[in-house]
Design a protein. Structure first.
Length: 234
């Protein structure tokens, strides 16, 4: 297929140059030039979003079994992707500069082993309350992803403070809504996007995607799933 495209491009270039040299119709050359650009664009597979910051991890997209990430410490126990930790630290520092001292990282990177224990323990908790295993698993999936399908396994997500919806009433949450994009973070699971993410609204869960992507996603009011599909069309 690639050879066919190359031959077509060469043919169109020759045809365009002949039209240009003859000066019979300069518009033919302009149209030819546009055709060349279109052919070149078609050679690029738009479904491949090759940006580690936009790695999609959800119920449909599991991390590969051999996935590895270089981590750096946020504190003595919590870790984050080394490539993004400076932006996270800057954001935490600027929160304090704005006299917001009650925002901290409660959960960040989780190993697959830790995620497995967390997932199974939540299922057991529901089962002890009388739920069937299927019911317990479905309830668990509303707040905890299966091992390998959680953004915490990726190392680019943080949960602030406690898993508590009261967080959205705090000054810190309001500041994050207004400023997190400047550090490359987005509110990952929005209330109005639950039907797309398949995860309940989580005001405490923020995801690193990089500054330019964060700002564009907020501008378009898109969740990560929508944004990736959008990038495939441009």
């Amino acid at each position: 297929m690639r050879n066919v495209i190359i031959i077509l491009v060469i043919f169109i270039i020759i045809f365009g140059l002949q039209s240009f040299n003859n000066k019979k119709d300069l518009s033919n050359f302009n149209n030819t030039n546009q055709n060349i650009e279109n052919l070149i664009i078609e050679e690029i597979d738009p479904t491949e979003i090759d940006d580690w910051r936009l790695t999609l991890v959800n119920y449909e997209n599991k991390l590969p079994d051999d996935f590895k990430v270089e981590l750096s410490n946020i504190d003595k126990t919590r870790q984050f992707d080394s490539r993004a930790i400076n932006d996270l630290n800057k954001m935490l520092k600027d929160l304090k500069k704005n006299k917001i001292y009650n925002v901290w990282v409660q959960s960040s990177y989780r190993s697959i082993e830790y995620q497995t224990n967390l997932f199974n323990n939540k299922i057991n908790t529901y089962m002890k309350k009388g739920k069937t295993k299927e019911e317990a698993e479905n309830l668990t999936l509303q707040t905890i992803n299966r091992p390998g399908t959680s953004e915490h396994n990726l190392g680019l997500a943080v949960d602030f403070n406690y898993v508590d919806y009261n967080f959205e009433k705090t000054k810190g949450f309001k500041w994050l809504q207004e400023n997190a994009e400047n550090y490359g973070f987005i509110l990952r699971y929005k209330k109005e996007k639950e039907n797309i993410t398949k995860v309940n609204y989580e005001p405490w869960h923020w995801r690193y995607v990089g500054k330019e992507h964060a700002k564009k996603m907020n501008e378009l009011n898109m969740c990560l799933e929508e944004y990736i599909e959008y990038l495939k069309t441009i």
